[in-house]
Design a protein around this ligand. Sequence first.
Ligand code: FES
Length: 129
Amino acid sequence: MALYSEKVMDHFRNPRNVGSIENADGIGEVGNAKCGDIMKIYLKIDDDIVSDVKFETFGCGSAIASSSMATELIKGKPVSEALTLTNKAVTEALDGLPAHKLHCSVLAEEAIRAAVEDYHSRHSAGTGA
Ligand code: FES
């Protein structure tokens, strides 16, 4: 059996939503201390819907595939749904990742959560009296 699923290879070779968003509404950056990889997520949010999302990663192939799939899963969805995206859902959508690569998908989950938190903190700061 191949180590990586077809879907992982597809998202690794043709990652969706790569890049950055100018004037993003939320930006999240996280790193994994063990492997030293970094993931950055940019969110554009309109009426509490993730209207656009992009990622930049200094990470491995599994991190690229995971963030590509994760961005696809939250695009067009309510912010509350983006917040509940788990790395389990991402790996399932990718038809699995090898056990020692699961932490790469955690990076995508954490970066999205950090970006939503950034959005919320900016939002509440902006609406403060
Ligand atoms: Fe670090 Fe995959 S090995 S994110």
